[in-house]
Design a protein around this ligand. Structure first.
Ligand code: ATP
Length: 322
């Protein structure tokens, strides 16, 4: 596939000031997001997933001291934008969905009022009646029953799952080219999570916009993502079409993540974890970041940084055994 990427990230590194020295939050990340593709970013807690989303949104924390490399969005150099330019991009061409809907919803306004505001920001000339009709149709689309009645409700009158859908409706109403979704189903029970996944499945079928969906749960992502990006210790360690990543994981870390999923399915208990811990962002990596936890480690893994290598079928892997 040779379409021009919607987002092209090259050698992105993010460093923050820590109590005892620099923290390497991202260490030379390369990612392409093609138009209309749903891309799952997976990795354990602390691997750098949210930092990646924040870098794209231009919302990095104030203690970030260095950002290197390049993030291009439709050819636009995102790291060179001014604050007002970044604000204009967010909520217009780039939408965000978070774990907690109340970061986006205003508790003192009715849902209908908030959705109409979003629509009018995008289409200033639209009448209130038309905007209300569009808001109702969008609530219907994200699976909210009795959408006309819900327009008159306040956020606190809705369940957590319903508020999450309203936030997704808000994102979709801006008609964005990219949606960044950071663990939007983590706080929800399995049934509601499955319903939210269904909305993303519809988006995948429509290919209306690209989505970068962050999760620590590879099995969940495999249900609706076209592509997968596996991050570990601030590095991308494997990337490619989801079917390939799930069907034939080449990196031992990807295989370990997948092993956790299989165990979960068999035992029906909470997600199994990989023994050991990811590297601290303060660590300087001498060799492969996963080496201390890898059952297949050998002397070559510790010799120096391991580059990404293309292995065919659209897959790239950062492993000495490839
Ligand atoms: N501004 C910051 N200052 C210091 N450390 C940070 C900062 N932002 C992130 N970190 C640390 O960098 C690492 C990566 O954080 P990040 O939130 O990107 O990971 P994540 O993969 O999204 O984790 P989670 O799944 O828990 O949200 C973590 O160890 C985190 O504690």
């Amino acid at each position: 596939m040779s379409t021009t990427p919607l987002v092209s990230i090259r050698d992105l590194s993010v460093e923050a000031a820590g109590a005892t020295g620099p923290l390497h939050l991202l260490r030379g990340v390369d990612i392409d997001i093609a138009p209309g593709r749903i891309v799952g970013v997976v990795g354990e807690s602390g691997s750098g997933k949210s930092t990646l989303a924040s870098a794209i949104l231009g919302l990095l924390a104030s203690n970030v001291t260095k950002v290197g490399g390049e993030i291009r969005f439709q050819g636009l150099d995102l790291l060179a934008l001014t604050e007002p330019q970044k604000r204009a991009l967010r909520g217009d061409r780039i939408a965000m969905i978070f774990q907690d809907p109340m970061t986006v919803l205003n508790p003192v306004f009715k849902i209908g009022t908030q959705l109409v505001d979003v629509i009018r920001r995008k289409r200033p000339g639209v009448s209130r009646a038309d905007a209300m009709a569009a808001a109702e149709a969008m609530l219907q689309r994200v699976g909210i029953s009795e959408p006309a009645r819900r327009l008159a409700a306040y956020p606190h009158q809705m369940s957590g799952g319903m508020r999450q859908r309203v936030m997704i409706a808000m994102a979709l109403l801006t008609n964005p080219q990219l949606i960044l979704a950071d663990e939007p189903t983590t706080a929800l029970d399995a049934t509601v999570e499955a319903q939210i996944v269904e909305i993303f499945r519809d988006l995948q079928r429509e290919s209306a916009c690209s989505v970068l969906f962050i999760s620590h749960h590879l099995g969940l992502l495999s249900e609706f993502c076209d592509d997968a990006i596996v991050v570990y210790g601030g590095l991308v360690v494997e990337a490619g079409p989801m079917a390939e990543i799930i069907g034939n994981p080449r990196h031992p870390y990807t295989a370990a993540l997948l092993g956790c999923e299989i165990d979960e399915g068999e035992s029906g208990t909470a997600l199994k974890t990989i023994p050991g811990h990811p590297p601290s962002p303060s660590a300087l990596l001498a060799g492969c970041a996963f080496a201390p936890r890898c059952a297949l480690v050998d002397e070559l893994c510790l010799r120096g940084p391991v580059p990404m290598a293309e292995v065919g079928a659209g897959v790239s892997v950062r492993c000495t055994r490839i």
